[in-house]
Design a protein around this ligand. Structure first.
Ligand code: SF4
Length: 244
């Protein structure tokens, strides 16, 4: 298999709610979001050392009795030819697999869902589904019909899913978040992630002052009118523990 693994987290309790997971990071992405923190993974993946698949496999095999699953993230994983083969390694160990995607490759998403290769998908929605805005936040020309198709496929898939938006003040305001929530009306889970002005792909982002926690909570409150659950990243655990 020619797939390269550029990052590996052996175990995480917080990445996939309710699950203990290993996380794999694959290189390359077809988008260029200015606030992206995976700068090297996206722009210069060849400068990053690759982690041998055999080593990753060995660690996950060793831990599989207490791991629930594996998260395959990036970059954008769906454009790797060997993705299916990689996923099957972990499915054969009896582990669940979550895919993280920017939603630009609906054909692959449909294929993975139909063949029951993924148990969960987390899709970024960068902006309201308007050309200029989406291209601005994604840093490239995006096909909105592909994004909309991915959203529909995911919502109708029957598998666990979440949509996510990084809320960067340079691009998005409360009305934009509400507009995104409206475009996924009825979705089971919508997560807002606070923008952080560190290690960003575009240097201009370092001068952007993030929204306050209260502001993002207020955005989530407004989005919650349209989706079943809307949380600010990091606060879903607190919300859960309130129910215990
Ligand atoms: S979709 Fe954007 S944020 Fe995600 S890896 Fe690609 S460039 Fe980075």
């Amino acid at each position: 298999m020619s797939i390269m693994i550029k990052g590996f987290v052996e175990s995480s309790l917080i990445e996939w709610e309710g699950n203990i997971v290993a996380i794999l990071f694959l290189p390359h992405c077809n988008m260029r979001c200015p606030y992206c923190h995976a700068t090297h993974l996206v722009q210069k993946p060849n400068e990053l050392e690759s982690i041998p698949l055999e080593a990753v496999e060995k660690r996950i095999e060793k831990n599989k009795d207490w791991l629930d699953g594996v998260v395959i993230s990036g970059g954008e994983p769906t454009f790797h030819d060997d993705l299916d083969e990689l996923i099957k390694i972990f499915k054969d160990m009896g582990l669940k697999v979550r895919l993280d995607s920017n939603g630009t490759n609906p054909d692959k998403i449909e294929d993975l869902i139909q063949r029951e290769l993924i148990d969960c998908i987390a899709m970024d929605i960068k902006a309201p589904l308007r050309d200029v805005k989406y291209n601005e936040v994604g840093g490239v020309t995006c096909s909105l019909s592909d994004i909309a198709r991915s959203i529909k496929l995911i919502m109708e898939s029957g598998i666990e899913y979440e949509f996510r938006t990084t809320v960067c003040p340079a691009f998005l305001n409360k009305a934009d978040i509400v507009e995104i929530a409206q475009s996924i009306t009825g979705a089971s889970r919508y997560i807002l992630q606070s923008f952080r002005p560190t290690n960003c792909l575009d240097n201009k982002m370092f001068d952007v002052i993030p929204y306050s926690e209260d502001e993002i909570r207020d955005f989530a409150e407004s989005a919650r009118r349209y989706v079943k659950n809307c949380y600010v990243r990091g606060e879903e655990m607190k919300a859960l523990s309130c129910n215990w």
